[in-house]
Design a binder for this molecule. Structure first.
Ligand code: ZN
Length: 264
């Protein structure tokens, strides 16, 4: 399938509106990654390319229910800055731009959103702010919640409960790394090193060999002494990628078709 069909930035405003009027594109995936060194055998785009790959394959299966936004390419990679070429976003600017993407989607009526991450360094900063984002966005972007007219809220805890557990809330925002959808037991049975996501080791290299062969430098891979790199294979990557894609599909379906507001 042509990925332009579900890439937000590839649509015209008329095409987007037509799809919305048909009841399509009620959910979105925002791929998030990093541009950082991945040793000598994978290009710096590994993390964002992998989250995009998983998002695109899931969107293909879910078409026309899910959009993919343009990727949030740069991530928090200060810990890789010793290596030339790495580009690191500051936590403040990184988090602000993701919040702005969420708010923009919600203002256009896309209420089910999965932030799909491909870089370990982004996890703690997003987790640290995620509840604040949900409180703000559910309270300000969900017109069916009339919290501020009610006099039954006596303290901030009751306010948090009233927002996050509100049965009229239609907003469901989730944050996952693509490997969250692969059970640990399965990863341990596939990977000889048992290390994931790791950094350019057996896990990522296997995924790249399967999904992103253009970013792999085969000569460097073959001459590497690193055990994880030597143990990597496209077959392993295929099993891991398929499980992750299925997990993303299930998560979006749950957001779209289940009444329960999970992860709030
Ligand atoms: Zn990586």
């Amino acid at each position: 399938m042509d990925i332009k069909l579900f890439q937000l930035q590839s649509l015209t405003r008329e095409e987007f509106l037509d799809q919305q009027n048909l009841g399509h594109f009620k959910s979105a995936i925002v791929p998030i990654g990093s541009i950082e060194q991945h040793l000598n055998h994978l290009s710096m785009s590994m993390d964002i390319d992998m989250s995009r790959f998983i998002a695109e394959k899931a969107a293909e299966e879910l078409y026309p229910n899910v959009l993919i936004t343009s990727p949030v390419t740069f991530g928090i990679a200060e810990h890789h800055m010793y290596f030339p070429g790495t580009v690191s976003a500051k936590p403040g600017s990184f988090l602000s731009s993701i919040f702005d993407v969420l708010e923009s989607l919600l203002r256009h009526g896309v209420k089910k959103i999965l932030l799909l991450n491909g870089h370990g360094g982004n996890i703690s900063p997003i987790n640290g702010i995620f509840e604040q984002w949900k409180l703000n966005l559910i309270a300000t972007q969900n017109s069916s919640i009339e919290l501020f007219n009610k006099k039954v809220i006596n303290n901030h805890s009751e306010y948090i409960d009233a927002v996050l557990d509100n049965e009229k809330n239609e907003i469901d925002i989730r944050f996952n790394s693509y490997w969250d959808f692969i059970p640990e037991q399965m990863i341990n049975s596939i990977l000889e090193t048992k290390e994931y996501p790791g950094h350019a080791g057996e896990f990522e290299t296997s995924l790249a060999l399967y999904a992103l062969p253009n970013i792999v430098r085969l000569d460097k891979l073959q001459s590497s002494n690193e055990i994880g790199i030597q143990k990597s294979s496209s077959d392993k990557g295929k099993k891991l990628a398929i499980k992750s894609i299925n997990g993303v599909v299930n998560s979006i379906n749950e957001m779209l078709f289940s009444n329960k507001n999970q992860n709030l």
